[in-house]
Design a protein around this ligand. Structure first.
Ligand SMILES: N[C@@H](CCC(=O)N[C@@H](CS)C(=O)NCC(=O)O)C(=O)O
Length: 203
């Protein structure tokens, strides 16, 4: 049987969340690790917007949003029950993550590109989301309950990036539950699998 093709980029948080769901669902795909500077022609042909991840199914269907890829994978096989949380609650958190938080993260990471404000300002903006997550994790081990859900998986790659901007700051920041939660995901066998080195596909 032909495999679906996943265009991916190892360090991209959107691609990470897609790979986490595909691996959790135990679905085999052909991973095509790309260079963002030299995108393969086939990727641009099936998805002209040129972002990753993109999944092409054997019937030609193209999924070009990481969340759609996660839903597609977990709809087939969801052994860990990541789709069991209330979709409204999942969407509410992911919307903030992919919106305001991602915006603050980009500015915190690259303050030189956004000289209107200081890096500390952008960090504080991002911290609004960290505070919300910390409050949720004070109630239960995962963002939406005692079991992991799609929200945890979709969000942790972005918190990983935020934490890495200034690891020393993060280590002593007032988000102890968030640190434990992040560590849990970073140390998981699943994360190790999706972060293996893939050879770059030239096309
Ligand atoms: N909304 C998209 C965002 C994907 C995205 O922005 N991916 C980045 C890499 S992390 C990308 O491919 N950027 C294109 C580029 O850098 O040329 C999704 O959820 O899949």
């Amino acid at each position: 049987m032909a495999l679906s093709i996943l265009y991916s980029y190892r360090r991209c948080p959107y691609a990470m969340r897609a790979r986490m769901a595909i691996w959790a669902a135990n679905i085999q795909v052909e991973v095509r690790e790309i260079s963002l500077r030299e995108k393969p022609a086939h990727l641009l042909q099936i998805s002209p917007k040129g972002t990753v991840p993109v999944l092409q199914l054997p019937d030609g269907t193209v999924l070009e949003q990481s969340l759609d890829i996660m839903q597609w994978a977990l709809a087939q096989n969801d052994p860990q029950g990541w789709l069991n949380a209330a979709p409204e609650a999942v969407n509410a958190l992911i919307t903030i993550n992919d919106g305001d938080f991602k915006k603050a993260l980009d500015r915190y990471k690259y303050p030189d590109r956004y000289p209107e404000h200081t890096q500390a300002f952008y960090r504080e903006q991002g911290e609004q989301f960290l505070q919300r997550l910390e409050a949720a994790l004070a109630q239960h081990d995962y963002l939406l309950g005692d079991k992991p859900s799609m929200a945890d998986v979709a969000i942790f790659p972005f918190i990983r990036q935020f934490a890495a901007v200034d690891a020393e700051w993060f280590a002593s920041s007032p988000y102890p539950k968030l640190r434990v939660w992040l560590e849990h995901w970073l140390e998981s066998a699943l994360f190790a699998e999706v972060m293996q080195k893939f050879t770059t596909y030239i096309g």
